[in-house]
Design a protein around this ligand. Structure first.
Ligand SMILES: [Zn+2]
Length: 237
């Protein structure tokens, strides 16, 4: 048990360093590790349905200013013309994933169409960013059995329904009221109101000791080794 705790402490510290999280205390080598770990609460912001010139760019500026890493699940058909934005996401340490080519429901009868929607976006991401594992967020959070998915999949645990209200303060309130350590927050960076809400949420939660990491980092932090074809709901499993 003692060994396990030590390992977790180390992992948390490594992640905090990698994701340049703002910590109240200056980073130290070995002294006070346990103290720092107790203060850090990890959380993941995820953005679906982009990229969208303008709003996504403003979001990236705001995240960069705040030293925050997020995860973007992109619609393939929205990528052409926005390649520079995608490269910027990668350069600035964000995780980039797949949200199908045309936002189809992966519950339909034709698995070959579904698989093509996933592989076409994967191929475009690979051509822009290089070889990688581009995780999938199935639109509507659903994927039918029989559809072959060769990467890990991620759902969410906090949904402020930003696409419905399009109201910054309502979205902020919904997230801040529901958030817990290891939450995966769902937002859409195609709306100005959602971008404003995301940045306000970062400012609020960073003051409460939250540290924003990518989904991949969040799962690793919980000792979860992501497997292809499995739909993960939250960092706590
Ligand atoms: Zn979507």
């Amino acid at each position: 048990m003692e060994m396990r705790k030590k390992r977790l402490v180390f992992l948390c510290l490594t992640l905090a360093l990698l994701s340049s999280c703002a910590l109240d205390e200056p980073m130290v080598q070995t002294d006070g590790e346990a103290e720092i770990t107790e203060e850090i609460k990890f959380v993941a912001l995820t953005f679906d349905d982009g990229p969208h010139a303008g709003t996504t760019e403003r979001l990236l500026d705001g995240l960069e200013e705040r030293g925050v890493h997020a995860t973007f699940f992109l619609i393939g058909s929205e990528i052409p013309g926005n390649e520079d934005l995608i490269r910027r996401m990668q350069e600035e340490g964000h995780q980039i994933g797949n949200h199908t080519w045309s936002h189809i429901r992966l519950a339909g009868p034709s698995s070959s169409q579904a698989e093509e929607e996933i592989s076409k976006t994967d191929a475009l991401l690979t051509s822009i960013l290089g070889k990688g594992t581009y995780w999938l967020r199935p639109p509507y959070g659903q994927v039918a059995e029989g559809i072959e998915v060769r990467v890990p999949m991620v759902k969410w645990s906090v949904d402020p329904r930003d696409w419905e209200t399009r109201n910054t303060s309502q979205v902020v309130r919904a997230i801040v009221e529901a958030v817990q350590p290891n939450s995966i927050i769902l937002l859409h960076d195609i709306y100005q109101t959602s971008v404003d809400a995301a940045l306000e949420v970062v400012d609020t939660l960073q003051k409460e000791g939250y540290c924003f990491v990518t989904v991949e980092e969040l799962l690793a932090n919980n000792d979860i080794v992501p497997e292809p074809g499995i739909l993960y709901r939250t960092g706590t499993g």
